[in-house]
Design a protein around this ligand. Structure first.
Ligand code: NAD
Length: 499
C-alpha cells in the first residue's frame, strides 16, 4: 500500500539552485554571487538565491527589450497571446502542490492557504487577462467627417515589476497578467525574502510557449537589483508593490532616469467601522478577526484599525478576544494550521516592538501579545488584540504588518468618519450598519480605494485594487489594470473629398 507523503516529507525534495531566469534559461549571476535563504518556519536552509546586481538587471532588460522590439510577443495577435497565457495558467494549476509548498517554506504562510488561495488566485489572474485581451476594442472619436481619429492602446515596452514577500505569487500575477496580455515584456524582481515561486513561474511560462526574453526574473536585494531595475533607462514603467517608504524611492528613481511611469501599490492601515445599529455584532467581530489574522496579519489591507461604537464595544471586544486564539500559530506544513510564521526575524522584532509600544502608550491587551514557538527556530507571534486604543497612538497610525489589532471606541458617526480618515493611508475600509442611508453616507465619506459594507472578505479579479493617499496610485486587477501597461495613441487620418 502506498501512502501520500506529508507536506513535511515533500518539502525535502525542493532544491533551489541559486540562479536567475533570463532569456528563457536559468543563468548564474555575472559575479556568481548568491545568498543563503532560510525558512521562517524553522530556520532550515532552503538553498542559495541569486544575488542579482546591476549587470544582471541590464542583461535581463536587454533581453526583454530585444523581445519587445522584434515582435516575437508584442507582434502576436491578442488571440495568439491568449492561447499561450491560458496554457501558462493551466501549468500553474498543475504545479499547485509544488508552488504552494515553495511559498509556504519561503515566507511561512499555512500550506492550506498557499495551495488553495495563492496558487489558484495566481492561475485565475493569468487566465482572466488572457481571456479578456481579445475582447477589448479600441475607439474611433466622433470628429468631423473629413477625418478619422483612431484612439488606440499599444503595449508600452519593458515593464519592471518589483514585489513584496507577503503574497509573492499573487502580487506578481496582478502585474504579469495585464502586462503580458497587452504584449509587453517583463523583468520581475521578487523580494529577497521570498524569491522562489517567481523563478518557477517564469519556467512554467517558458514551458507554456512564452518566447524567451518576454518574462525574466532577477532575484536580489532591493538596494541592488531593485534599484538598478527602477533606474534603468530602457524600462518604460515600474509596477511596484511594497512599503510606502520604498514607493517614494520609485518616484525618485523615475525622476533620476527616464521619467518611467510609476505605479505604486503601498501600505495600509484600514479602518473597520462598527455602528451600534448593526444587530449581528458577532458576525462583525468574527469577520474582523478572520480578516486581521489571515496571512499572519501580513496583508496590506488587514483591518487593523477597528472603530467600534461605545455602546457595543464591550460585547464586540469580548467576542474578538475569544476568537483570536482560534488563529494561534502552528506548523505551517500541517494542513489544519490557520496561522503560520512571520517572514523573518526583522519582522518578528518589528511586531514585538509595536506590541511594546501599545503597552507603553496605555492600550490594554485583551488577547495574545507574546512570541510563541521560539523552540522551532521560526518566528511566531500570537494573534493580538489591543482595546482602549486612541487614534493618535503609534499602533493606530503605523502599519504593523503582523497579527495586531487596535480597537478604538467612538461616540457618533461624525467622529467615526473623522477618525477613519485621519490616516496617511487609504487602501481599504469597511462599514457595518443596518441603516442603508448611513451605510451609503459613510461609504462615500471614507477616503479609501475599496470600501466594504457589512463585509470584509469580498475579493475578485474583476474589481480594481489600490489605494488613496499614501497607499499608492494606479490599480491592480480588473480591466483598468491594462491602462497601466499600455500607451494611448491618437492617429488622425485625413479623408479628402469630405467636409
Ligand atoms: P518593501 O518596500 O521593503 O519591499 C518591496 C520590494 O521592494 C522588495 O522586492 C524589495 O526588495 C524592493 N526594494 C526594497 N528597497 C528597495 C530600493 N531601495 N529600491 C528598489 N527596490 C527596493 O516592502 P515589503 O516589506 O517587501 O512588503 C510589505 C509592504 O508591502 C507593506 O507595506 C504592505 O502594505 C505592502 N503591500 C501592499 C499591497 C497593495 O496592493 N497595496 C499588497 C501587498 C503588500
Amino acid at each position: 500500500m502506498t501512502t501520500t507523503p506529508s507536506w513535511a516529507e515533500r518539502a525535502t525534495s525542493l532544491r533551489p539552485d541559486g540562479r536567475m531566469l533570463i532569456d528563457g534559461e536559468r543563468r548564474a549571476t555575472q559575479t556568481g554571487e548568491t545568498f543563503a535563504k532560510h525558512s521562517p518556519i524553522d530556520a532550515r536552509l532552503l538553498g542559495p538565491v541569486a544575488r542579482g546586481a546591476a549587470a544582471d538587471v541590464d542583461a535581463a532588460v536587454r533581453s526583454a527589450r530585444a523581445a519587445f522590439e522584434d515582435g516575437r510577443w508584442s507582434g502576436k495577435s491578442p488571440a495568439q497571446r491568449k492561447k499561450i497565457l491560458q496554457k501558462f495558467s493551466e501549468k500553474i494549476l498543475a504545479a499547485k502542490d509544488e508552488l504552494g509548498l515553495l511559498e509556504t517554506l519561503d515566507m511561512g504562510k499555512p500550506i492550506q492557504y498557499s495551495t488553495a488561495v495563492d496558487v489558484t488566485a495566481t492561475a485565475r489572474c493569468i487566465a482572466w487577462y488572457a481571456e479578456a485581451v481579445d475582447k477589448i476594442y479600441d475607439e474611433i472619436a466622433p470628429t468631423a467627417a473629413s477625418a478619422l481619429a483612431l484612439v488606440t492602446r499599444e503595449p508600452m515596452g519593458v515593464i519592471g515589476v518589483i514585489v513584496p514577500w507577503n503574497y509573492p505569487m499573487i502580487m506578481a500575477a496582478w502585474k504579469l497578467g495585464p502586462a503580458l496580455a497587452a504584449g509587453n515584456s517583463v523583468v520581475l524582481k521578487p523580494s529577497e525574502k521570498s524569491p522562489f515561486t517567481a523563478l518557477r513561474l517564469a519556467e512554467l511560462a517558458v514551458e507554456a510557449g512564452l518566447p524567451p526574453g518576454v518574462f525574466n526574473v532577477v532575484p536580489g536585494y532591493g538596494h541592488e537589483a531593485g534599484e538598478a531595475l527602477a533606474l534603468h533607462m530602457e524600462v518604460d514603467a515600474i509596477g511596484f508593490t511594497g512599503s510606502t517608504r520604498t514607493g517614494r524611492r520609485m518616484y525618485e528613481y523615475a525622476g533620476k532616469s527616464n521619467l518611467k511611469r510609476v505605479y505604486n501599490e503601498l501600505g495600509g492601515k484600514s479602518a473597520f467601522l462598527v455602528f451600534d445599529d448593526f444587530k449581528d455584532v458577532e458576525r462583525a467581530a468574527k469577520t474582523v478577526a478572520g480578516g486581521m489574522f489571515f496571512n499572519q496579519g501580513e496583508s496590506c489591507n488587514a483591518p487593523s484599525r477597528v472603530l467600534v461604537h461605545e455602546r457595543v464595544a464591550d460585547e464586540f471586544v469580548k467576542i474578538v478576544a475569544a476568537e483570536a486564539p482560534r488563529y494561534a500559530p502552528a506548523d505551517p506544513l500541517d494542513a489544519k494550521t490557520e496561522m503560520g510564521a512571520l517572514v523573518d526575524d526583522t519582522q518578528l522584532r518589528t511586531v514585538l516592538g509595536y506590541i511594546e509600544a501599545g503597552h507603553a502608550e496605555g492600550a490594554k491587551v485583551v488577547a495574545g501579545g507574546r512570541q510563541v514557538r521560539a523552540e522551532t527556530g521560526g518566528y511566531y507571534v500570537e494573534p493580538t488584540v489591543f482595546d482602549r486604543v486612541t487614534n493618535s497612538m503609534k499602533i493606530a497610525q503605523e502599519e504593523i504588518f503582523g497579527p495586531v489589532m487596535a480597537v478604538i471606541r467612538f461616540k457618533d458617526e461624525k467622529e467615526a468618519v473623522a477618525m477613519a480618515n485621519a490616516s496617511t493611508y487609504g487602501l481599504q475600509a469597511s462599514v457595518w450598519s443596518d441603516d442603508i442611508n448611513r451605510a451609503h453616507r459613510v461609504a462615500r465619506a471614507l477616503r479609501a480605494g475599496t470600501v466594504h459594507v457589512n463585509s470584509y472578505d469580498e475579493d475578485d479579479i474583476t474589481v480594481p485594487f489600490g489605494g488613496y493617499k499614501q497607499s499608492g496610485n494606479g490599480r491592480d486587477k480588473s480591466l483598468h489594470a491594462f491602462d497601466k501597461y499600455t500607451e494611448l495613441k491618437t492617429t488622425w487620418v485625413r479623408i479628402d473629398g469630405l467636409k
